[in-house]
Design a protein around this ligand. Structure first.
Ligand SMILES: [Fe+2]
Length: 716
């Protein structure tokens, strides 16, 4: 029988229904130390309630065993080790002086005997007994530990966490490791529940000095409690097109995750998640120590309600959330907002509250909106996880698909990439991506990357995406953070000037219709721009303008703050500005799309006053270009009417030749080719009349009708 160094005192009970109970094997040792508090009762380990076996004499506990981790296994004989409770430590060989926050209950032998050289490594072991019921439904245990300088925690011989790691390889049991520090570090660690087995489990800790001269050493394992895990910061992003939605979320526990979804109408009130559609997450360790997940919902149908949840048994689940797809037709609406910048006012909670209230207003007034575009600077401090939580807190961020830009306030942290799952990311140019929604193609570029090589990268991405697929959409919209044509001081920034000069001609050349941006916190509508040259109209710009841009003319809009966290002042007249406003009120824009018009109406959020309205109008698509010829002639005493329709355009066309004597349909007439038919009148003469030729472009459904006369003829 293997020796039992210790038993944890008291039963372990979860507050939740599935109570954990740790069976006890009582010993005199435990009885002597068992004064568990209520908190300790819920914990596998506690400072005063856990008795450890420990080794502090500069010997290698594994000796010559080829498995140098043998000392961490349950079978290891630690009966010769010392026995005590924590906290353990020493400061220059004494039990005092390390600080009031770090009391020492058990003095460790700091120095190698007969020297003032630090013992490099200290070894600790304790046992806990768990039943299968204890582990059922528990994804993980979360521990709190205080250590100096570094520690590795093992469960049943397996390493579960490395704390204070300095990157130095651990090659032997007795070695220095970690970084020297003034005070012990308080940290948390997570042990997946499957590291434990029903029965006896051994928890071991190796505690390291960073160097032979370190002045102190400390270890206090304060708790190890079952945790259900938390899924937070769920973000419903736009997918590659209207049939998809990307979802990003964070889990406090590591492990795989997935998104599950089902038609809400089919599910009724009760979703059977076992039969729901599922997509696994791509995941990794987030910059704040949690685990981030990205997954994609596919196969969405229009005008449908879907319910989804994210997570897993290992990490816990989000609450189910319902969203609506809306129309997949070519007439729909979307929302556009400028910088929310949670935290910019100096009060992040205030900014988040106003952001949430403004989203309530926007979605109440535009309940059928398809998705939301944010112009960047979603947060004020890139690495501030709480600001992300504030930005993502409103229910709309889980119920309305949204797209983000990388703002200058977002860019410095991987939290941006981890919190949002944007589709079709560029493999070459960081944080550039694209998506489509119905008849609109949107290309988003990362305007933080603004040196000449990076601008060339954006240009290549734009040319590739728009050049490959732009023709298939009625509208091409480009979005990014740093507005090129705005009315506050940022329009004079070097990076903005450089991008304005380099990218404006590209947008014009590629037939971009509308550019949406932020960064300058002042509403600005540009004139139509040909490259970087404004096309100044004779009449003064006004609310309600209807513009009919040429192919190479682009409209630029700058959103003001959407949360009210920060506003910038007018910076003097700019040659490109058609209209601007700075009323220091949060505002947003509503985009109304049809095949022939794109209207942007900007409102103050609180008062719903119209700040500006502008429409891009284009002629209805003309359909295919057909050259139609008719002729009449006689053949064996019968009159014939011949029709030839030649496709003079550059896309294939379906052609219908309709005459009083019959109709012929020819599918997919290639450019340069003709549809031809000679129709018999079945009589010897025909009066003058006309034929009707209909051409349709299969790709976009546009069509044209030509009525062409033919002359009379009499045969014989
Ligand atoms: Fe900005």
């Amino acid at each position: 029988m293997k020796p039992h160094a210790s038993r944890r005192p008291g039963a372990l009970a979860r507050a939740a229904a599935s109570a954990l109970a740790v069976s006890l094997v009582g010993t005199a040792l435990v009885a002597a130390t068992a004064t568990p508090t209520a908190a300790a009762d819920e914990s596998l380990l506690s400072t005063s309630g856990t008795t450890w076996r420990y080794l502090d004499d500069n010997t290698n506990p594994a000796g010559a065993d080829p498995n140098q981790r043998a000392w961490t296994t349950t079978a290891f004989d630690d009966s010769a080790w010392k026995t005590a409770t924590g906290a353990f430590g020493a400061k220059r060989g004494a039990a005092t002086g390390i600080g009031a926050a770090f009391p020492i209950t058990t003095l460790l032998t700091q120095y190698i005997e007969g020297t003032t050289t630090d013992v490099p490594t200290f070894f600790f072991r304790t046992d806990v007994e768990l039943t299968a019921a204890d582990l059922d439904g528990v994804p993980a245990f979360e521990g709190e530990i205080v250590y100096d300088d570094a520690a590795i925690v093992y469960v049943n011989g397996e390493e579960v966490v490395r704390l204070g790691d300095d990157g130095r390889e651990i090659t032997e049991n007795l070695q220095y490791h970690g970084n020297g520090r003034t005070d012990p570090v308080t940290g948390t660690f997570v042990v997946p529940a499957d590291a434990f087995t029903p029965g006896e489990n051994t928890i071991s800790v190796a505690l390291y000095q960073d160097a032979p001269t370190s002045s102190d050493i400390y270890l206090d394992v304060r708790s190890l409690v079952p945790t259900p895990g938390e899924v937070r910061d769920v973000a419903l992003n736009v997918g590659a097109d209207e049939t998809q939605a990307n979802v990003a979320w964070f889990s406090t526990l590591p492990g795989a995750g997935e998104v599950q979804w089902a038609r809400a109408d089919e599910a009724g009130g009760e979703v059977d998640w076992r039969t729901a559609a599922t997509s696994s997450s791509r995941n990794g360790t987030a910059a704040d120590g949690a685990t981030y997940h990205h997954a994609t919902i596919t196969g969405l149908e229009e005008d449908s309600d879907y319910v989804y949840r994210v997570g897993s048994a290992a990490t816990g689940w989000s609450a189910p959330t319902t969203f609506t797809t809306g129309t997949f037709g070519d007439e729909f609406s979307a929302l556009f907002v400028g910088d929310a910048q949670i935290g910019a006012s100096g009060n992040a909670a205030n900014d988040a509250a106003r952001w949430a209230a403004n989203l309530d207003t926007m979605t109440a007034r535009h309940p059928d909106t398809a998705f939301l575009i944010s112009a960047g600077d979603q947060v004020d401090s890139a690495g501030n996880a709480a600001q992300y939580t504030g930005f993502l807190a409103p229910r709309q961020m889980r119920e309305l698909r949204f797209a983000v830009q990388d703002g200058n306030h977002d860019t410095a942290s991987a939290l941006y990439d981890q919190h949002y799952a944007m589709p079709n990311l560029s493999p070459e140019q960081r944080r550039d991506y694209w998506y489509s929604y119905n008849n609109v193609l949107v290309v988003a570029i990362d305007s933080n990357d603004s040196d000449p090589a990076e601008i060339a990268g954006h240009e290549a991405f734009l040319r590739d995406v728009i050049g490959t697929r732009g023709d298939a959409y009625d509208w091409v919209v480009v979005t990014f953070h740093h507005s090129l044509y705005s009315q506050a001081f940022h329009s004079r920034d070097t990076d903005v000037v450089r991008m304005r000069e380099a990218l404006s001609p590209v947008f014009s050349e590629l037939g971009v219709d509308l550019v949406l941006a932020g960064h300058d916190h002042i509403y600005t509508r540009s004139y139509l721009m040909e490259g970087a040259t404004p096309v100044v109209p004779d009449e003064a710009p006004a609310e309600g303008d209807v513009l009919t841009p040429d192919e190479d003319q682009v409209l630029y809009l700058t959103g003001n703050s959407s949360s009210g966290s920060k506003f910038y002042d007018f910076d003097g007249a700019k040659p490109w500005t058609a209209r601007w406003e700075q009323s220091r009120e949060a505002s947003y824009s509503d985009l109304d799309v049809t095949p022939t018009s794109l209207t942007v109406t900007t409102y103050t959020t609180g008062s719903q006053r119209v700040v500006d309205r502008v429409t891009l109008q284009r002629e209805a698509a003309a359909g295919p270009a057909l050259d139609v010829e008719t002729s009449t002639r006689c053949l064996a005493g019968t009159a014939y009417v011949a029709v030839r329709a030649t496709n003079t355009g550059d896309v294939p066309a379906d052609v219908v030749l309709a005459t009083p004597f019959g109709t012929r349909t020819v599918a997919t007439v290639a450019p340069g080719k003709a549809a031809y038919q000679s129709f018999s009148t079945r009589s010897a003469a025909v009066d003058a009349g006309s034929v009707s030729v209909t051409g349709t472009v299969p790709d976009d459904g546009t069509s044209s009708v030509r009525d062409v006369a033919y002359p009379a003829v009499a045969c014989g």
